[in-house]
Each structure stands twice: as C-alpha cells, then as structure tokens.
Design a binder for this molecule. Structure first.
Ligand code: ZN
Ligand code: ZN
Length: 137
C-alpha cells in the first residue's frame, strides 16, 4: 500500500493517504475562495478510510458553516493551513491538494461551481466545467 504524506505549514499536523483517489476538483465556490483566500480550491476526494492523521489531530479547528449541509473547513489552529476533512456523514475524505508533501500522483480533472467563479479568475485549461456541484464524487 503506498503512502502519500502531507502536513500543515508549521508541521504540527501530519497525515497520510493510502487509498485510491476518486477525483480532484478545482472548486470556484465563494466559500472555498473565502476559506482558502485564493481564486479556487483544489480538493482531492477519496473514501474515508483512505486518509488518516499521523499526528496533531488535537490541533485541528473544525469550522462548520451553519445551516449548510456539507460545507466545512478544517485547519491548523497554529498556522492556519487547510488540512484534510474527514466527513463521516458522507464517508469521504477531502484533502486540500496544497497540503501534500509528496506528489499524490493524480491531477485535477474538473472545475466545479464555475457559476460562482470570481471575475478576476481565468480558467486556462481544457478540463470539464460544471456550473454547480460535482456530479458524482
Ligand atoms: Zn500548522
Ligand atoms: Zn467550493
């Protein structure tokens, strides 16, 4: 089983991915833009048991947007880095691609929530674009 490692900027939190990714999205929704402070978030999705924390889980702050079904943001309370979110409700792990230290071996395969894209953001690749959420992940 291959292990792809990742960590937060300060190093307090570390994780590994051992499962097979289902896909990698470039999400342009306003929530992702806010919490990541960037034009879009790049998230890897995989089954929940394919990602686990190696250290620092007690340093994670879990923010859940009130009255929204799925959106949440997990980050290191020391350095603010986004870290994997383990969504037990949906049985998936969502890993922010920037948190990887190793190359996870997969590449973004789609743009989602393009209908909410920032005016200043330009999509420069030929990946499929979806106006709203991911069709099947
Ligand atoms: Zn940190
Ligand atoms: Zn998003």
């Amino acid at each position: 089983m291959t292990s792809v490692k990742g960590s937060c900027l300060c190093g307090a939190i570390a994780f590994e991915m051992t499962g097979t990714p289902r896909g990698v999205t470039r999400c342009h929704c306003t929530r992702c833009r806010k919490v990541r402070g960037t034009g879009h978030a790049v998230n890897l999705f995989l089954p929940l048991d394919g990602c686990r924390y190696l250290r620092g889980q007690e340093q994670i702050t879990q923010y859940r947007l009130p009255e929204v079904k799925y959106f949440g943001h997990w980050f290191c309370r020391v350095c603010g880095s986004s870290v994997p979110r383990l969504d037990e409700q949906r049985g998936i792990a969502i890993i922010p691609m920037g948190a990887f230290d190793d190359d996870p071996g997969v590449r973004p395969d789609r743009h989602i929530h393009v209908g909410s894209k920032a005016d200043w953001e330009t999509i420069l690749d030929d990946l499929p674009q979806f106006e709203a959420g991911p069709p099947t992940l």
